[in-house]
Every structure is written in structure tokens, then in C-alpha cells.
Design a protein around this ligand. Structure first.
Ligand code: TGC
Ligand code: FAD
Length: 392
């Protein structure tokens, strides 16, 4: 097991823009990750299992619902704090950040935003502590990038809804207590329903064989004539804008998370470049390796500036979905390049579990795909700047 020597990198002195609260939140998350997760993450990825004993700790550091008001059990923090927590979690592993993203932005957020007071009081406090874990069912076997085509549907049976259909690629499905599920009513309008484990006809088989995001459990959601109580419908939003609104929040968190991955790989590569001797001197003394490191810190710094500004806009409720898409897309592409360069700088050691780089590299293949693929986000930007919708 390798000691986690990570130190943050702040080339443009952006810490000066952070409040004392931001720094406290970030440093708390970083210290918890180093103590509780770094020592076990490689083994979790090898075993392809999310370490569920971490859920309570994630709740304690405020990673579940950081921006949900305290009256519902959230941490009541701003969007920069939320981003910093996601950065610190994903600095360790994208699967760890995934669990926090799904719980916060894809489960707590829709219940808070689209739910009624009874639903908020019933679910949010338990989700905030990690006592309950939720998952988010949007993607279907035949509808990924195009979720509006979904087939999962529910019928009004008078005293309950009858839910049928299937979702796949659902993070945390195998062990979640509840699922926020997006389904069409008889008029074809999309609504969110809270489905609870134990409801008859509801199963969550695990998906096996992933080479990416291995420290995160992924599953299906199968609904075979599930009777969902009427009070489990989220009443305050309908249409595809419901799930897409949640995705805005999660994609914003991923933009910060990708910076965490890049920082970790830069940190490892920089240290290795000073320690590894070839041809009688540290490899960091060779111009080719310096080019890689100089480009890494340049790209990280650009992403930090972009993402901090996006956080300010979100704090003021002014960030557009297209701005979020740009940050998600840019930062993951940036992180992928850095991970690839770092892996090469580590030579043969770069492919081993001695260093986190190869695990990050594999994880990013999921991160660049979920919450909207790289190409989908490009088309969202294209639509925003030209006014032409390439999806129609
Ligand atoms: P389109 O006709 O453009 O829009 C339908 C309605 O939605 C509204 N809308 C949004 N609302 C809020 N936020 C956004 N970002 C929105 N984007 C669009 C829009 O105004 C419209 O509203 P209304 O009232 O007029 O009906 O929709 P489209 O069918 O053409 O599709 C657009 C497209 C392709 C951009 C969208 O569907 C998309 O983003 N596709 C990607 C799918 C995706 O991201 N799936 C993610 C699944 S969840 C996941 O991956 C979790 S990973 C979890 C982890 O971290 O582990
Ligand atoms: P497709 O939509 O079939 O896309 C295939 C290719 O076609 C992509 O390259 C795409 O960019 C391209 N493409 C599609 N449409 C267009 C177009 N109009 N123009 C140009 N190119 C196009 N979903 C959930 O609902 N909840 C979860 O918790 C969740 N967790 C996930 C966890 C993991 C590990 C993974 C891998 C996925 C998860 N997903 C989840 C699903 C994820 O959101 C989808 O995989 C993603 O949206 C892409 O859908 P798809 O895999 O069906 O690919």
C-alpha cells in the first residue's frame, strides 16, 4: 500500500478567492479521503466493489447534499464548497465522487426541488447522513443519449400507480434503498417517482465486467408491475427538463471532480520526475518531461479558472446548462490528456496499482460517457452558439 502524499496545486493563487469556510470544507474532505479511502481504494477497484462502510463518513464530511438547506439535513453550503468536495473525492477515485454526485444531485436535489414537504422530510435527512442511499434511473437499454425516448411507463390505477420497464447502467442500484425513477404517464409525459427497495416486482441486478469505475457498483432497475403509492410521485415538475435539471447540478460537480483527477496525476508525475533517475539525472531534468509537466499545470490552471467562475455564476443562479456542458466536457478532456501523459512519465510503474494513474485513466472512460457524452456536450455548445439543434 502506497502512502498518499498528495498536496494541492494552486499555480495562480486561487486560494485567495476562497473563504475560510471553503478552505475548511476542502481540507476536511481531503484529510478524510487520505485517512479513510486512499489506503483501501486500490483494493476496492481490484475487487470491483464499492466500500459501503464509507457511506457514513461521506455523510459526516457533508458530501451528501452539500447545498441542501440544513433544515432537511443538508450542509447548507454554496456551490464552490460543493465543487471543492467533489474535487477532493474524485482526486482519490471517480467512483467515490459518483456516489456523492448521485446521492446529492440526482436523488436529494430532485426530492428537494420537485418534491413536496412530506417527501422532503421523509427522505432528505436520512439521505444526508448516508443511512439511506439513493440511485437515479434515467438511462434505458435503448435510450442513453436520447432519454426522451424512454419506454418505462406508469398507469394510474386509482389508488396507486403501476410501473413497468427497465433502466440500465444505474450507479449504486445494487444496494440503494430508494430509486428516483423517470417514467412516462399515459399521456407520454415524463415524471419522477420514488421507488423503494422491497416493493413487489422491483429488482436491481448488478452489472458485472466493468473495466472502468470498478470501485462503484452499477446495476439495472427492473419494474415488473410495481405498485407505487401515489404519494411517491414528485409533484412539482414534469417533462424531460426534470431529469435534465438534476443533471446540470451533477455535471457541474463532475467538472470540479475532473480537476481533482488531473491534480492527482500531476502531483504523482511531478514527484516521480524528481525521484526517478535515468542517464544519471532525474527524468524531470529532461526537456520532454518538463514539457509534459508545464502543459499539465497550464491546463489545470485554465480549468480551475473556468470552473471557479462557473461556481460563482451558479451561486448567483445565472449559470446556463450550456456553460455547464462546456466545463464538464473541457475538464474531462483535459484530465484525460494529463492522465495519459502522467502514465507515460511513470514508465512501467505507470501501469501498476502502486500508483493511482492507471485507475484514474480507466475511470475517466466512464466519466466522459455518463451524464452526457463528450460529443453530446459538444452539440449542446454548438446548439447554444448557432441556434441550430443538431438533435432534431
Ligand atoms: P430537448 O428537446 O432539448 O429538451 C427537452 C426539455 O428539457 C429542457 N432542457 C433542460 N432543462 C434543464 N436542464 C437542462 N440541461 C436541459 N436541457 C434541456 C428543454 O428546455 C425542454 O423543456 P420543455 O419544457 O420544452 O419540454 O431534449 P432532447 O430530447 O432533444 O435531448 C437533448 C439532450 C441530448 C441534450 C439531452 O437529452 C441530453 O443531455 N442527453 C444526454 C443524456 C444524459 O446525460 N444522461 C445521463 C443519465 S444519468 C447519469 O449518467 C448518471 S452518472 C452518475 C454518476 O456520476 O455515477
Ligand atoms: P449512446 O447514447 O448509445 O451513444 C453511443 C455513441 O453515439 C456515443 O459516442 C454518443 O456520443 C454518440 N451519439 C449519440 N447520439 C448522437 C448524436 N445525436 N450525434 C452524434 N453522436 C451521437 N445513467 C443513469 O440514468 N443513471 C446512472 O446512475 C448512470 N450511471 C452510469 C454509470 C456508468 C459507469 C456508466 C458507464 C453509465 C451510467 N449511466 C447512468 C448511463 C450513461 O448516462 C449513458 O451511458 C450515457 O448517457 C450514454 O448513453 P449510451 O451508453 O446509451 O450511449
Amino acid at each position: 500500500m502506497r502512502t498518499d502524499l498528495y498536496q494541492g496545486h494552486d499555480y495562480y493563487m486561487m486560494d485567495e478567492w476562497l473563504t475560510e469556510e471553503h478552505k475548511l470544507v476542502r481540507d476536511t474532505a481531503r484529510a478524510w479521503v487520505k485517512k479513510e479511502v486512499s489506503p483501501i481504494i486500490e483494493e476496492a477497484a481490484e475487487n470491483s466493489k464499492f466500500p459501503q462502510h464509507l457511506l457514513k463518513g461521506l455523510g459526516e464530511i457533508g458530501a451528501f447534499g452539500p447545498y441542501i438547506p440544513a433544515e432537511y439535513g443538508g450542509a447548507g453550503l454554496d456551490q464552490i464548497s460543493y465543487g471543492l468536495i467533489m474535487q477532493e473525492l474524485e482526486r482519490c477515485d471517480s467512483g467515490l465522487r459518483s456516489t456523492a454526485s448521485v446521492q446529492s444531485s440526482l436523488v436529494m436535489y430532485p426530492i428537494y426541488k420537485y418534491g413536496n414537504e412530506e417527501q422532503r422530510m421523509k427522505y432528505l435527512p436520512k439521505l444526508a447522513t448516508g443511512e439511506w442511499i439513493g440511485c437515479f434511473g434515467l438511462t434505458e437499454p435503448d435510450f442513453g443519449s436520447n432519454p426522451g425516448g424512454m419506454l418505462t411507463n406508469f398507469k394510474d390505477m386509482g389508488d396507486h400507480y403501476l410501473l413497468n420497464g427497465a433502466k440500465m447502467w444505474i450507479s449504486n442500484a445494487p444496494f440503494a434503498q430508494i430509486a428516483v425513477v423517470w417514467a412516462k404517464n399515459e399521456e407520454g409525459r415524463i415524471h419522477g417517482l420514488i421507488v423503494e427497495r422491497g416493493m413487489e416486482g422491483f429488482t436491481t441486478p448488478t452489472m458485472h465486467g466493468k473495466w472502468s469505475l470498478r470501485a462503484s457498483d452499477t446495476g439495472e432497475l427492473i419494474f415488473d408491475n410495481v405498485k407505487v403509492p401515489k404519494e411517491n410521485l414528485l409533484p412539482n415538475k414534469s417533462g424531460l427538463g426534470g431529469p435534465l435539471g438534476c443533471l446540470d447540478s451533477a455535471r457541474y460537480g463532475i467538472a470540479w471532480g475532473a480537476i481533482g483527477v488531473a491534480l492527482d496525476c500531476y502531483d504523482v508525475a511531478l514527484r516521480y520526475s524528481k525521484e526517478r533517475i535515468q542517464f544519471g539525472k532525474p527524468i524531470g531534468a529532461f526537456q520532454l518531461q518538463q514539457k509534459k509537466l508545464a502543459e499539465m499545470i497550464t491546463e489545470i490552471t485554465k480549468a480551475q479558472l473556468l470552473t471557479y467562475r462557473l461556481g460563482q455564476l451558479r451561486n448567483e443562479n445565472r449559470a446556463t446548462s450550456a456553460q455547464i456542458s462546456m466545463a464538464k466536457r473541457n475538464n474531462i478532456a483535459m484530465a484525460k490528456q494529463i492522465v495519459s501523459d502522467a502514465r507515460q512519465m511513470l514508465g512501467g510503474m505507470g501501469i501498476t496499482g502502486e500508483y493511482p494513474v492507471m485507475r484514474h485513466m480507466m475511470n475517466l472512460e466512464s466519466v466522459i460517457t455518463y451524464e452526457g457524452t463528450h460529443d453530446i456536450h459538444l452539440l449542446i455548445t454548438g446548439m447554444d452558439v448557432t441556434g441550430f439543434d443538431a438533435f432534431k
